[in-house]
Design a protein around this ligand. Structure first.
Ligand code: G6P
Length: 624
């Protein structure tokens, strides 16, 4: 295996201004820790000299070390890392410094041609302390800086970064410092997000606005292939091919406080309880005046154009892929339009033949997941209209899609997606209604649908009151090591999601299955040691699902059942019953999901797991 380290995700924060950089960088890193938490590091220019500290583990470890000595300076860069290749070590942590000691650099992404660049740099006398592609990039900046002449009106430093990137293949978000230019920071992006937070007398760059939202609401999203030269009072942007760019300053639509924990123990818990307002925000301004359908300002597709299409393709990864599966059920049921669902990572390489009137939707909370972005680009390359359902305003997917629907769920920090998922389900139902009304759904059915959607935030608030019941159930089941999650029809994706939530935060083996398929394999797992969680809706398969439960009970399996209020079961069949409020069928998957989120959350806490930062995971995955 090559020794290079790849940064799957990582968080970058850089500061230049009049204040002490250290505290601002550490605070930003803590807010970005959900992006990676294998190691963290920071470099500050103190009177023109680089001061560097790196630690393995959490940002708190770094902070502890920083407190031991003076770290003064008004300009600095920092990084929190999530490694895929290469061990977690201090030498592999960022920032990296060039062998001439002049350049410090933090990087998120993968430099693909680093081996040939390294060979070249070795021949020029540069040396390396780590095996990382980032150290190679850093030394290449130093090389270009050394041979770059001074030109009036131009930053020699920014120009050397631009020239460096001209020779680089791969993906990057970078922030760079030079000891020769103690008032300047240079940053750039290709494939990994980077945002400038524009302040008064100070500027902050970060991978995600969460890092600085409490300080400024004015942001500039760098585009792929752009290099920014940033000082405390100004910034200029050029493309790598040396064209100047007119920056667009946008406003964040959320404040820094939303990214704070408040009284909650974990972000996941906070985000579960924020769902009523997140769902309210997903609907705001999106109903027709007569309340018989929905409307979406940003879709950029006319009703006439929608009528021309005869197929939809939904692509996503992880939890968002489960939202796609629910969208498939809802749209096929209410709009009678065929829907296909693909993993984005499969679609991008599958070269699938698509019907010529297909419209592609991608769903992504972060809007930065690389496979989802690649699926979007592949669909667009083939000439298809590609739309996005996305939470993070200004994300790469939001900007590159041909139109879309923002979720407006507010920042989601917990690695396990909760409020973003239910908001994706609600938007899927709203889309099903919109498309249904373009087809055969009547005015009256549309009105009833809208009424049902509007009731959701209140029903979810009611639903959250099962928390102490679920907490007690979680205590009773936390020691089991295997679980099955079973559901039929639109509850099947919820079973998948319930299993994913449990395994990702509590490391318990859990499988989601269509309830009836269980007898074709998973039933072999059933014993008193493997409980099953059934997720049930009203409707035609209700009785069939009871038959599936009986098959489990006959094999001594314990049963937790999540069912709508009013559902009746044979005596002694269910060990623990959790009810969700009776509701319209289109929103039942969303409501059934709430007790599952609570169950996985409380089980993970019971097992002493770090709920917000589960091992080996990252919030959004920006490499393949
Ligand atoms: C990662 C996260 C999941 C998320 C998936 C897709 O695997 O851990 O929670 O569902 O990425 O992320 P996206 O931002 O595209 O929805």
């Amino acid at each position: 295996m090559m020794g290079k380290t790849q940064e799957i995700m990582c968080g970058i924060v850089g500061y230049v201004g009049k204040r002490q950089a250290k505290g601002i960088l550490v605070e930003g890193l803590k807010r970005l820790e959900y992006r990676g938490y294998d190691s963290a590091g920071l470099a500050i220019l103190q009177n023109g000299a680089l001061k560097l500290e790196k630690q393995t583990g959490r940002v708190a470890n770094l902070e502890g070390e920083l407190d031991k000595r003076a770290f003064n300076g008004n300009i600095g860069i920092s990084h929190t890392r999530w490694a895929t290749h290469g061990k977690v070590s201090q030498s592999n942590a960022h920032p990296h410094v060039s062998s001439d000691g002049k350049i410090a650099l933090v990087h998120n992404g993968v430099i693909e041609n680093f081996t040939s660049i390294k060979k070249f740099l070795l021949s020029k006398g540069y040396s390396f302390e780590s095996e990382t592609d980032t150290e190679v990039l850093c030394n290449l900046v130093a090389y270009h800086y050394a041979k770059q002449p001074e030109v009036d009106g131009q930053s020699r430093f920014a120009e050397s970064v631009r020239r460096t990137l001209f020779h680089v293949e791969g993906t990057y978000g970078i922030a760079v410092l030079s000891t020769d230019c103690p008032d300047e920071m240079v940053c750039a992006r290709k494939g990994s997000p980077l945002i400038i937070g524009v302040g008064v007398g100070e500027n902050i760059v970060a991978s995600d606005a969460t890092a600085f939202a409490s300080r400024t609401q004015n942001v500039v999203y760098l585009n792929d292939g752009e290099v920014a030269h940033v000082t405390s009072d100004d910034f200029n942007i050029l493309t790598i091919s040396n064209e100047s760019v007119d920056p667009i300053v946008s406003q964040l639509d959320w404040s820094g406080e939303e990214a704070d924990l408040g009284d909650f123990a974990y972000f996941m818990e906070k985000e579960i309880f924020e769902q009523p307002s997140a769902l309210e925000n997903a609907m705001r301004g999106r109903f027709s005046e007569d309340d018989s359908t929905t409307k979406f300002g940003g879709l950029n597709v006319s009703p006439q154009e929608f009528r021309q299409m005869d197929r939809l393709l939904f692509c996503a990864c992880g939890t968002a892929w489960h939202a796609c599966l629910v969208a498939e059920y809802l749209i096929e049921k209410y709009a009678r339009i065929p829907v296909e669902v693909e993993y984005a990572s499969e679609f991008r390489y599958r070269n699938a033949p698509l019907d010529k009137n297909t419209v592609v939707f991608v769903i992504s909370q972060s809007g930065e997941t690389l496979d989802t972005l690649a699926a979007l680009r592949e669909a667009q390359r083939k000439g298809y209209r590609a739309l996005a359902i996305n939470n993070v305003v200004g994300s790469t997917i939001a900007r590159e899609s041909d139109g879309g629907i923002y979720q407006h769920a507010g920042p989601e920090i917990g690695v396990a997606s909760t409020k973003a998922f239910t908001s994706q389900l609600l938007i899927s139902a709203m889309l099903a209604l919109y498309l249904g009304r373009l087809n055969d759904m009547s005015y009256g059915d549309g009105r009833r649908f809208v009424e049902a959607l509007k009731a959701v935030p209140e029903l979810v608030a009611l639903n959250l009151k099962v928390n102490s019941q679920v907490e007690a159930i979680a205590k009773a089941y936390a020691q089991y090591d295997d679980f099955l999650f079973l559901g039929r029809q639109e509850m099947f994706p919820i079973a998948l999601e319930g299993a994913l939530k449990l395994k990702e935060i509590s490391y318990i083996h859990a499988e989601g299955y269509p309830a009836a398929e269980m007898k074709h394999g998973p039933i072999a797992l059933i014993s008193e040691l493997c409980p099953s969680v059934f997720i049930i809706a009203k409707g035609e398969v209700f009785q069939k699902t009871i038959a599936n439960m009986q098959e489990i009970k006959a094999r001594h399996g314990k049963i937790i059942c999540i069912a709508p209020e009013g559902a009746e079961f044979p005596d002694g069949l269910i060990d623990d019953l959790i009810l969700y409020p009776d509701c319209h069928e289109a929103v039942a998957p969303l409501l059934a999901c709430i007790p599952l989120q609570l169950l996985s959350y409380y089980i993970a806490r019971e097992r002493g797991c770090d709920v917000d930062k589960p091992r080996n995971l990252a919030k959004s995955v920006t490499v393949e």
